[in-house]
Design a protein around this ligand. Structure first.
Ligand code: NAD
Ligand code: UDP
Length: 313
């Protein structure tokens, strides 16, 4: 009888990784979470630790690791600009050396490997909405470059390992995703606004707030990642995954104020350098190839996320 699938989730203690670990365990897999706890948190994993099929290994993926698994998901990398800019050299090493190590493991084990890539590979895009064919507009030497160029280089490594060594790859370009288990000090816009609103502190809008993002609720995102991983080997991506409903940052602030009933004011702060002005995924490929589209509206997802932050603050 075939036993449980053993699945490695690098970065499994983080926001997205912990949701993925939970979903994989629910589906009957054995999960090995590998994390150096740079931005991840044990509290994200407390419930999962009750399962005999869940294991946590403290390890930095910049160093090789030698374990036996059937599938690999690479989520390891700080995702918030605040955190990835704290130690930009480590951020770049995580994407490049980390990907090399995990791709080497996937090659040795002949197993599928998923890379959590990002809409940041498009930089401050000139094409709107962004399709997978677009090559992007990325500053190679700016403050966001450690993340953007690291993720671009990781994609190159994935595709070269696929072409040169036959590694079975899956590359998903994730657009802004939010939900329960974001860290209250994560620094990204959804968690910042909710935490500020719940504390009746000013909501910090950077720049004019006219820049746009498209926000995907975490459960929708995990669903499409599972679908991508279980699709045929010919489907390598890169494939955009995110919610195509686009909002101005200012609209998001107002929606959060309304849903929390907060008395917070809006406070304008300087716009960080290279902050993309407009971002929205074309998800045509995900719809066609994976039969997927997000189901959760921003209002519904924000309500769930607000309830979560009310419970942890
Ligand atoms: P997160 O910061 O909550 O999680 C990242 C996890 O990786 C943390 O647990 C962290 O401790 C771990 N980590 C970092 N460096 C590591 C290393 N060298 N070795 C081992 N573990 C390491 O971020 P998240 O939002 O969960 O994002 C997860 C992945 O998805 C990241 O790769 C990110 O680039 C990608 N992504 C996320 C979003 C989003 O909106 N959440 C968007 C695009 C891409
Ligand atoms: N942002 C903001 N206030 C905050 C945090 C972020 O106005 O407290 C803006 C930020 O400048 C950007 C957008 O919200 O235009 C999304 O920022 P986030 O850091 O969440 O993600 P990313 O810039 O990587 O898309």
């Amino acid at each position: 009888m075939k036993g449980r699938k053993r699945i490695l989730v690098a970065g499994g203690a983080g926001f997205l990784g912990s949701h993925l670990c939970e979903r994989l365990l629910k589906e009957g897999s054995e999960v090995l979470c590998v994390d150096n706890f740079f931005t991840g948190n044990r509290s994200n994993l407390l419930q999962l630790m009750e399962s005999p099929y869940f294991e946590v290994i403290r390890h930095d993926i910049c160093l090789p690791l030698n374990i036996e698994v059937d599938e690999i998901y690479n989520f390891a990398c700080p995702a918030s600009p605040l955190h990835y800019q704290k130690d930009p050299i480590q951020t770049l090493k995580t994407s490049v050396l980390g990907s090399l190590n995990l791709l080497g493991l996937a090659e040795r084990l002949s197993c599928k490997i998923f890379q959590a890539s990002t809409s940041e590979v498009y930089g401050d895009p000139h094409l709107h909405p962004q399709t997978e064919e677009y090559w992007g507009n990325v500053n190679p030497i700016g403050q966001r470059s450690c993340y953007d160029e690291g993720k671009r280089c990781a994609e190159t490594l994935f595709f070269d390992h696929h072409r040169q060594k036959g590694v079975r790859i899956k590359v998903g370009r994730i657009f802004n995703t939010y939900g329960p288990r974001m860290h209250p000090n994560d620094g990204r816009v959804v968690s910042n606004f909710i935490v500020q609103a719940l504390k009746n502190e000013p909501l910090t809008v950077y720049g004019t707030g006219n820049q746009t993002r498209a926000f995907c609720y975490v459960h929708d995102l995990i669903e499409v990642i599972i679908r991508l991983m279980s699709s045929s080997d010919t489907i390598t991506g890169p494939i955009n995954i995110g919610n195509p409903s686009e909002f101005r940052v200012l609209d998001l602030a107002q929606e959060v104020l309304q849903l929390t009933g907060s008395s917070s004011q809006i406070e304008f702060r300087p716009l960080p350098s290279d902050d993309p002005k407009q971002r929205r995924p074309s998800i045509h490929q995900a719809q066609q190839v994976l039969g997927w589209e997000p189901k959760t509206s921003l209002t519904e997802g924000l309500k769930q996320t607000i309830t979560y932050f009310q419970s942890v603050l």
